[in-house]
Design a binder for this molecule. Structure first.
Ligand code: UT7
Length: 335
């Protein structure tokens, strides 16, 4: 087989040590553990409580984990694509800082912002680079320090989000293994339902915007909820159909972790058994671009070569999509 696919050959992850559980949130806003668990499935999330722990630092720790487990030489990495909505700063790509701190001296690097769909978009971007034949080792990371843009006085949002980073290595494969297909969609009407209104070129930060807390995430949860279920269900069905597959052919679904009720609804709409759908939202909450790679990081032992995996995500914008992959072999320090 001559076609080049990009296959995931290593996974790394990092979550901060500080745990923010529902009991702690009960003391901060008018909420209860019971409400949060019943409505979202979240029990706790990790928070980068050290102010010196930026998005770049979490990404570096995830990359170090990947390098430690896979034994690859950082100097062999050709490119880093970093999906994030919480860059270290607005100007100067965070991915470049990561390369500097992680010793990826031969890599070019850039950030990609597609909110909660960021990792999936970045995975296909990285895969496209590998498929050209010009790049042999491409790192794709998803990292968000959501605690830097969450208002811990707003119970509509602060219960949902957490901090973390996950990264995968993509390499060429010529035996039909790896990323097979992607379906991506966007709808700009979604921006009014989920955004950080101030701090960009549309509305620069000033005293008023700060007083009105417009530098924090604002969300119409109910509208996002409905669109997320529809968007992910449709994208998954479309990518299955385009590849002449049914839900029965899929070994695992790895969905964006925004709300357990959204995940369950998408699984039901697809007709996939619950035990095939990977879930870790109870431990980390919604880490935005990091949910998918952290799911891969947590459950990598379950994935066997040849398994068909369906990824799906939905986020601000709106952005959404689904990707189909055939799992390959992960590198170990020996191979
Ligand atoms: O990653 C992609 C982006 N994000 C998402 O995909 C998130 C999508 N949305 C959601 O996950 C859900 O909409 C939420 C978890 C945000 C909210 O759940 P919901 O079932 O849609 O609740 P709701 O907004 O319809 O609110 C129901 C009630 C309201 O009270 P009333 O009006 O019925 O009296 C809210 O004020 O629950 C109230 N409420 C809360 N109560 C206790 C809202 N937040 C809380 C809270 N604790 N934290």
């Amino acid at each position: 087989m001559n076609t080049t696919h990009a296959v995931i050959t290593a996974i790394g992850g990092y979550v901060p040590d500080t745990v923010l559980d529902n009991a702690a949130l009960e003391k901060m806003v008018d909420t209860t553990n019971e409400w949060i668990v019943a409505r979202t499935g979240i029990k706790e999330r990790r928070i980068a409580s050290d102010p010196l722990m930026a998005t770049s630092d979490m990404t570096v720790l995830a990359i170090k984990d990947l390098i430690e487990k896979s034994g690859i030489d950082p100097l062999e990495v050709d490119c880093l694509v970093l999906a994030t909505s919480t860059p270290d700063r607005l100007l100067a790509p965070t991915a470049v800082t990561v390369c500097e701190k992680a010793g990826l001296q031969n890599a070019f690097a850039f950030d990609l912002n597609a909110a909660c769909s960021g990792f999936l978009y970045a995975l296909s971007t990285g895969a496209a680079l590998v498929e050209t034949g010009r790049y042999k080792k491409v790192l794709v990371a998803g990292t968000d320090k959501m605690s830097s843009i969450v208002n811990y006085e707003d119970r509509n949002t602060c219960i949902l989000f957490g901090d973390g980073s996950g990264v995968v290595l993509l390499e060429p494969n010529h035996e039909g293994v790896g990323i097979q297909d992607n379906i991506f969609r966007t709808d700009g009407k979604g921006v009014q339902f989920l955004s950080v209104p101030a701090g960009g070129s549309a509305l620069g930060s000033n005293e008023d915007t700060v007083n009105q807390k417009q530098h924090f995430v604002q969300q119409d949860g109910r509208t996002v909820f409905k669109n997320a279920i529809n968007g992910m269900t449709t994208a998954c069905k479309d990518v299955l159909e385009r590849n002449s597959l049914t839900a029965d052919d899929i070994d695992w679904v790895v969905p964006h972790q925004a709300n357990l009720r959204i995940i369950d609804a998408v699984g039901q709409n697809l007709g996939v058994d619950k035990d095939k759908v990977k879930v870790n939202i109870e431990r980390y909450g919604n880490t935005t671009a990091a949910t998918l790679p952290l799911c891969l990081w947590d459950y990598q032992a379950d994935f066997k070569p040849g398994d068909k995996i369906l990824f799906t995500a939905f986020g601000a914008g709106f952005t959404w999509g689904a990707s189909l992959a055939v799992w390959g072999n992960l590198r170990t320090r020996q191979n």
